[in-house]
Design a binder for this molecule. Structure first.
Ligand SMILES: CC(=O)SCCNC(=O)CCNC(=O)[C@H](O)C(C)(C)COP(=O)(O)OP(=O)(O)OC[C@H]1O[C@@H](n2cnc3c(N)ncnc32)[C@H](O)[C@@H]1OP(=O)(O)O
Ligand SMILES: N[C@@H](CCO)C(=O)O
Length: 389
């Protein structure tokens, strides 16, 4: 499918300059036309990204930091007013020391934080919506390589990410092994498993089955009375509720919420009917409402399906063959011990398939998968000793 496309017609003032301005401030780069792995095409892809620190003369201190599913480019506060999602981990004197390293964090292809995605308008100003091509993690990496070229980075000192960010980091190593010095894969695996795909499918279906989804072309839609339609917020909210359960552990939820009512006066019928609200329901409602307020439903589908497609061995003779070729890349593999979405065994398997069979480092946390966000500082010592020496 060919689409006339003009990123300048969007609401955002697009910036074409490449390089870095103030730390932690979004910039955008036009990469040009792109043919997707499974056959789609767009005449222009823009990548939104933030940077911290200075690239040294030989370009050897560049770190690529890949965010997770609903993450964004704002990893650290930098010169901005807003804290980043890995603030304790990236910054002056921190594990990824921005006094020493030049850190680049791009929004993934298909996202909604500055990079071309389904909400990006075409030349006529109409969001791409359902016309946005099927996207893989590999597609995302390939367009990021163009950003690296433009920034003058031939080889990354390190590519690092957690969860989907870990899948992106691994795919970078497999696709461009001579461009990755170190690869840090946290709470991720070699290929999405049947269970991960199953959880993901329920999420994408809950959005698609929302009547407000309108086949993906819900932008600017109005209701029968002419007022703006809400978009598939109910479906997106259900997707986030389910996803969030997988991001947390059963013991943590039980300890935090148990069977407690959100309000002491809430009635609890003996059969669970005619009741008030359990605390955990209120918590999930809150997580849903927060995501709905900050994320585009089509991007959620595109990125979830990209993650379903994650398979480092696809087209490379399988995971073992693909990974066995990566002897020139130093790997650091980490898992969260209580993760029930990316089970530690999957990180152990990934490590076993790598030529160097590195040990798996553990984040010890009762939280579950989200421990790669809340407890990342636990990797400080090992990362300083092995990667950011
Ligand atoms: C690598 C990446 O790029 S990933 C992107 C990073 N960002 C995100 O993931 C954004 C989504 N956020 C999250 O997933 C989480 O907030 C994390 C993982 C970042 C942090 O987790 P935690 O600090 O453990 O947060 P937690 O799960 O306790 O949630 C706290 C929220 O729940 C609310 N909450 C707690 N109990 C209840 C309850 N009974 N009823 C309603 N709300 C509740 C808190 O008020 C708080 O609200 P706030 O976030 O609006 O301040
Ligand atoms: N909290 C993370 C979990 C997925 O890794 C996110 O929303 O992206």
């Amino acid at each position: 499918m060919s689409i006339d496309f003009d990123v300048t017609s969007g609401q955002t003032e697009w910036r074409h300059a490449v390089g870095h301005g103030p730390d932690g401030v979004l910039r955008q780069f036009r990469t040009g036309p792109y043919s997707f792995e499974t056959g789609g095409y767009l005449p222009e892809i823009v990548i939104g990204y933030e940077t911290w620190g200075e690239l040294n003369r030989d370009g050897s201190n560049a770190v690529l930091l890949e965010h997770a599913l609903t993450g964004d480019t704002h990893v650290a506060r930098g010169d901005s007013d807003t804290p980043g999602w890995w603030d304790g981990f990236v910054g002056p004197g921190k594990t990824i020391d921005t006094d020493r390293f030049f850190v680049v964090a791009p929004n993934i292809l298909g996202g909604c934080y500055g990079t071309t995605g389904p909400s990006t308008p075409d030349q006529a100003g109409r969001p791409l919506g359902s016309r946005f091509p099927f996207t893989t993690i590999r597609d995302g990496v390939r367009v990021e390589a163009r950003l690296a070229d433009a920034l003058g980075i031939r080889r990354w000192h390190t590519v690092i990410g957690g969860s989907m960010g870990g899948a992106r980091a691994l795919e970078w190593a497999a696709e461009f092994p001579d461009r990755v010095g170190n690869c840090v894969v946290i709470a991720a695996c070699a290929e999405s498993t049947a269970e991960q795909i199953a959880f993901a499918q329920i999420q994408t279906q809950s959005i698609r089955l929302d009547p407000q989804f309108r086949g993906g072309d819900y932008y600017g839609a109005t209701g029968p009375d002419g007022t703006p339609a809400p978009g598939p917020v109910e479906g997106l909210g259900i997707a986030r509720r389910l996803a969030h359960i997988t991001y947390r552990s059963e013991p943590e939820m039980d300890l935090r919420f148990g069977r407690q009512a959100q309000h002491a006066e809430d009635p609890f019928g003996s059969a669970g009917y005619d009741r008030g609200r359990y605390q955990v329901e209120s918590y999930l409602d809150h997580q849903a409402s927060k995501l709905v307020g900050r994320f585009d439903a089509n991007s959620y589908i595109v990125l979830t399906e990209a993650l379903m497609s994650h398979d480092v061995g696809r087209g490379r003779g399988g995971a073992q063959a693909a990974l066995s070729r990566l002897s020139g890349v130093r790997f650091f593999v980490a898992a969260v011990d209580s993760d029930r979405l990316y089970w530690p065994e999957q990180s152990e398997r990934l490590a076993r398939l790598l030529p160097s069979t590195p040990p798996v480092h553990y984040i010890t946390s009762p939280i579950g998968h989200d421990g790669f966000l809340t407890d990342i500082e636990q990797l400080d010592g090992a990362l300083r000793a092995e990667i950011f020496t």
